[in-house]
Design a protein. Structure first.
Lengths: 109, 114
């Protein structure tokens, strides 16, 4: 079972920042926080991952709280093409990636 | 960016028939996976494969399923006798190393069992 809790759905206005929360209160020291997304029925797409420091790449930013029990994925300027299901996954690399139900983000024009 | 390629994109079969789903992982990747997603449900892990053998499999991956890497490029999933409940999107994935490397997914094969 997934070790994370995410809201089932969120809306965001086009051009605004989308902030997607994730709780992972049972995360252990060697587990990373990964984010993937799935646009319609396509294969999941890697977005970003981090251990304890905040991370940024060309797609998004990842903010991890100091106690590592929660994190937020930030899409700085959401577009209609960012409409997707976003999955927050805690992962150590020793076991397969396990997907939960994720957050369905709808970007609205 | 390199891609995982899956063929066919759609496969229709009769119940009881054998199907083989094909995948070409990214060329320098060493770890290979199959996942499936029944319509409206979660993406579910089926099996992982490394060094020419299964490294882990889920409860879903029973004796009706098998995987093979017949040559240096292809990675196949075979279902011996398909059931209606095998209807799903099947995703192949690969990555370079086994530890904290991002997983690349293919675009999937939609399997419909009639």
């Amino acid at each position: 079972d997934a070790k994370t809790t995410q809201p089932p759905s969120m809306d965001c206005a086009e051009g605004r920042a989308a902030n997607l929360p994730c709780n992972h209160s049972t995360i252990s020291g060697n587990e990373y926080v990964y984010w993937y997304r799935q646009i319609h029925s396509q294969g999941p797409q890697y977005i970003i991952h981090g251990l304890k420091n905040n991370e940024t790449n060309e797609m998004a930013s990842l903010i991890i709280t100091e106690d590592r029990k929660s994190s937020t994925l930030i899409l700085p300027h959401a577009t209609l093409r960012d409409t997707a299901v976003y999955y927050c996954i805690v992962y150590s690399g020793n076991t397969p990636l396990v997907f939960g139900k994720g957050t369905r983000l709808s970007v609205i024009a | 960016e390199p891609e995982v390629t899956q063929t066919p994109s759609h496969q229709v079969t009769q119940m009881g028939q054998e199907v083989i789903l094909h995948c070409v992982p990214i060329s320098n990747h060493l770890y290979f996976y199959w996942y499936r997603q029944i319509l409206g449900q979660k993406v579910e892990f089926l099996v992982s494969f490394y060094n020419n053998e299964i490294s882990e499999k889920s409860e879903i991956f029973d004796d009706q399923f098998s995987v093979e890497r017949p040559d240096g490029s292809n990675f196949t999933l075979k279902i011996r006798s398909t059931k209606l409940e095998d209807s799903a999107m099947y995703f192949c994935a690969s990555r370079m190393t086994g530890y904290n490397e991002k997983l690349f997914f293919g675009s999937g094969t939609q399997l419909s069992v009639l």
